[in-house]
Design a protein around this ligand. Structure first.
Ligand SMILES: Cc1cc2nc3c(=O)[nH]c(=O)nc-3n(C[C@H](O)[C@H](O)[C@H](O)COP(=O)(O)O)c2cc1C
Length: 187
């Protein structure tokens, strides 16, 4: 039974999904991913970068949807682990910064350290990058993607095939959050 047991339901029987949230503008929509993941049978714990915690998404809303605290900082030595070990990890949205640090093995935030560790744990990791073309052209980013792909990380394009969004959203195509869950289900 997980250390989080006691919040009711059959959560201990469900696989545990870490949702890593980075500081991109679309992060405000992560509640939809949480609900979709829970609808597909995952128990969810959110781990956000420190920058993402600075107003990029509604952490209280994420806590209400998951029934668990949003993690961003390391626990104090001696404290129990707040989340069970992951069965899978989703990074959405994934920023240029976090992708490059992860590929380089720089574990300076709980979020990136968690991603670095996922490789050794051997759990599936799905990523939806949210990176502007001007940044994506940087050679370091291309090398990071190649390195992470070589580690078995699954990348999806959250905008591929999406039509334009609402006018109040500038007509931009929507962020395909559920693509991350589809990637995890791929054999
Ligand atoms: C409003 C706003 C939106 C941003 N959107 C993005 C984005 O879509 N992708 C990205 O890579 N960085 C974006 N950034 C920059 C990141 O927040 C910045 O690089 C930050 O250091 C990323 O930290 P993290 O990777 O630890 O979350 C945005 C910044 C602001 C202020």
């Amino acid at each position: 039974m997980s250390e989080q047991a006691g919040s009711g339901g059959d959560e201990a029987a469900r696989p545990f999904l870490y949702v890593v949230v980075c500081a991109a503008g679309v992060a405000e929509g992560v509640g939809g991913l949480i609900d979709a993941a829970r609808g597909r049978g995952w128990e969810v714990g959110v781990i956000a970068t420190p920058v993402a915690m600075g107003g990029f998404f509604d952490a209280a809303d994420a806590e209400a949807r998951t029934g668990r605290p949003v993690r961003s900082a390391w626990r104090t030595p001696g404290d129990p682990r707040p989340f069970p070990a992951p069965d899978a990890v989703v990074v959405a949205p994934a920023t240029f910064n976090t992708i490059n640090k992860w590929a380089a093995g720089l574990a300076d935030t709980l979020a990136v350290a968690t991603l670095c560790e996922a490789y050794g744990l051997g759990v599936p990791v799905a990523v939806l990058p949210c990176v502007a073309d001007a940044l994506a052209a940087h050679p370091a980013y291309r090398e990071s993607l190649a390195r992470l792909r070589g580690m078995g990380v699954r990348f999806g394009d959250p905008y591929a095939g999406n039509s334009g969004g609402a006018e109040e959203d500038g007509g931009r195509p929507g962020f395909g959050w559920e693509r991350a869950l589809d990637l995890l289900e791929r054999r």
